[in-house]
Design a protein around this ligand. Structure first.
Ligand code: NAG
Ligand code: NAG
Ligand code: ZN
Length: 422
């Protein structure tokens, strides 16, 4: 009884104390479709649906498009699709069931052991970083790459095993989870951290020792937390625009050809609002200055999902950077290494403009252009939705571990760095 009263009290407290009541968006009976048709038909369908639902989730690449349809719009959606000659395949009849399956049960959370068969909220991920830094205090430390709108730190892990005096290792930077809803990216990244720290495979321990690692499981922690507790399909940051709409796409906000392609200047756009100006978001502003201060930055690798694709700079031009051939060669070896794990084929390596679509204001382009970092990549991990099954996180994690090993191996072969580690 006391417990019951207490629970009721808490509910009242939440209801009356916050001016803006946030309710978990359940997506009951929302349907997720894979759709195929010619490009103009798909665009037409998207625009008509957007008029009816301004939080529409829609995603496309050259091969396919996916759309999330509210139950009350399902019949009108099917009718438009039929008129437009767009083929529809129902992937999930009720996405709320999928969303529920992604989180640990309460009893599992009490058990407290971080694992790779479920998805965790940001505090648990940060706790994992602190825990491992205490387990390996001599060569790991929690690092802060920037700040967020809601006052969080962008936390990562530095892994830097001792070398002979005076030997400076090249830096390998991993940016993950810049888009909040791409949950497999942070999960894979902590999986990779765990591999570097605990694997006894000689190839992996050698990889660990070759670089000064700066690994950030999520560089958009506000958005990730919001996606975890309020809206599974949230992508942006959580800043408030002058018109009251929330969030900017942090991968359209970097100061390189800002605001040109695949972006929106409407702060209410659910997906790709570029922000009010380059680096308007504190996340990209602080993270970019952190990256600028790194000496000897050799690799910058970003993880997204989903498309099974490897991209090299630039994303908004078909022009090739001067070491494009090397980037492609190194990227190919990376994909070969990954393929051996699950025989999953990725497209690329290539520029986004040639393999996906042009997009401006992304981190990869800025890092390459502003810092002249030699080896810059963006991986779109696997899947046909943002719901990668939690029990298959290790499968994607192993693939990523091998893909990174492939990158490092071929870069060394091509003379991008020398290592005297046997
Ligand atoms: C749609 O489905 C029909 C019948 O199966 C097929 O003939 C057509 O090629 C499909 N169109 C697209 C764009 O996939
Ligand atoms: C290490 O990598 C080499 C080259 O890819 C491979 O032949 C070897 O089997 C790997 N060793 C281990 C222990 O995985
Ligand atoms: Zn993304």
């Amino acid at each position: 009884m006391i417990t019951k009263l207490f629970v009721i009290f808490i509910f009242f407290f939440i209801d009356f104390s916050s001016s803006k009541k946030l309710e978990y968006k359940k997506y009951n009976n929302y349907k997720y479709y894979d759709i195929k048709g010619d490009e103009r038909a798909l665009e037409h369908l998207k625009i008509l649906m957007q008029e009816k639902d301004d939080t529409l989730f829609y995603s496309s690449n050259r091969k396919s498009a996916q759309i999330l349809v509210a139950p009350e719009l399902n019949s009108v959606f099917l009718e438009i699709a039929k008129n437009d000659k767009v083929n529809t395949t129902l992937v999930y009849d009720d996405v709320s069931e999928v969303i529920r399956s992604e989180k640990p049960t309460i009893s599992r959370r009490k058990n407290k052991r971080f694992s790779w068969d479920t998805y965790y909220d940001i505090d648990d991920i940060y706790k994992y970083l602190s825990d491992v830094s205490r387990t390996y205090p001599l060569w790991t430390e929690v690092i802060v790459g920037g700040m967020t709108y809601e006052g969080r730190q962008i936390r990562g892990l530095r892994i830097n095993t001792p070398t002979e005096e005076g030997v400076e290792k090249p830096v390998f930077f991993i940016e993950s989870g810049i888009h909040a809803r791409e949950w497999i990216a942070p999960a894979t990244t902590t999986y990779f951290i765990n591999q570097l720290l605990t694997s006894s495979n000689r190839n992996v321990t050698r990889l660990r020792d070759q670089f000064d690692w700066r690994i950030f499981p999520t560089v958009n922690p506000d958005g990730y937390h919001y996606s975890y507790v309020f809206d599974r399909y949230w992508r942006k940051t959580r800043s408030i625009s002058s018109n009251g709409c929330i969030g900017a796409d942090p991968n359209r906000n970097w100061d390189y050809n800002w605001g040109q392609y695949s972006t929106s200047n409407n702060p209410c756009d659910y997906q790709v609002y570029a922000g009010s100006r380059p680096f308007s978001e504190i996340e990209t502003k602080t993270l970019s200055s952190y990256i600028s201060e790194i000496d000897n930055l050799l690799f910058y690798v970003a993880f997204h999902s989903y498309a099974s694709l490897l991209l090299v700079p630039y994303s908004d031009s078909t022009e090739h950077v001067h070491n494009y051939e090397d980037l492609v060669q190194i990227g190919k070896v990376s994909l070969d290494y990954g393929y051996r794990v699950n025989t999953e084929k990725y497209s690329g390596p290539g520029t986004a403009a040639e393999t996906l679509y042009k997009a401006s204001g992304g981190s990869m382009d800025w890092v390459r252009y502003a810092l002249n970092t030699p080896l810059v990549y963006t991986y779109e991990l696997r899947g046909s939705s943002f719901h990668w099954p939690p029990e298959k996180i290790p499968e994607q994690g192993e693939e990523v571990t091998q893909m990174i090993l492939g990158l490092a191996t071929e870069a060394e072969n091509l003379g991008y760095y020398y290592s005297d580690i046997a």
